[in-house]
Design a protein. Sequence first.
Length: 289
Amino acid sequence: MKNHVTVGVDGSPESRAAARWAAQEAVLRQVPLRLVHAVDWPLDPVFPGLGSQDVDRWADQALTEAAQELRGRHPHLEITTRCLTARPAAALAAEAADAGLLVLGSRGLGGLVGFIVGSAAMSTVVATDTPVVLVRVADNPDGPGTGTNAEIVVGVDIHEACDRVLAFAFEEADRRNCLLRAVHGWKMPAAYGYVPFFDPDNERDIGRSVTHMVDDMLLPWQHKFPDVNVSRNVFMGSAGGHLVQASHGAGLVVVGRHVRRSPLGAHLGSVAHAVLHHAAAPVAVIAHD
């Protein structure tokens, strides 16, 4: 049963922020927390010139220090550690397989809003079907348990079966007793660009139709989670841009990643990619068919 939260730890400020966020999430879920460090040895040692024993000691220290800090913050939280010898993306994806959630750290863009998503983090996100949350150092160091009034924002795609995305978002909002804001961006059909005399009523009709479709997608989940207060925002324009804008002041942004099996490998969609790199809050990426 996937009943624990896993977080990648490497001793960096980014991973410490992720570990604090993950610990608070584990407390909210009332599940254990697992700290994982992947030692990429001997292919790519952490510091040039260090032997494997030095790298192992450094990894153990990073895990020990992180665990000690979190036990001080959450004395009743069950915390375990694991140190693996493997490529980080492969190791974290494997660890995520039996977890309910994987949390990773990501660097912020200095004074700018957004993330720098490293290749290991990006590879991990697309290599696992487990929900993944990326956290920056700039995000609340005490995690989602403080400021529980901060709303959760979820991107709704009326063209995909996104039950996993909505289930995750509603469950998180229910845990935090906070507002859930559903955001959908739509565009006029391409054919309308060739119409010489465009009727504005057509735009309004399409907007109303899209809004009804969003409402229909949300309705079953509102019945399942009657205590969750839901706000719905439907805009004409870029879904990614609206989600990034809505992320300001949010506690978490939830986006879907359509699972594509192809010879070129898995990849993120344009909306998830935009949100991951520019959101002002932690971002949860949920894989769905």
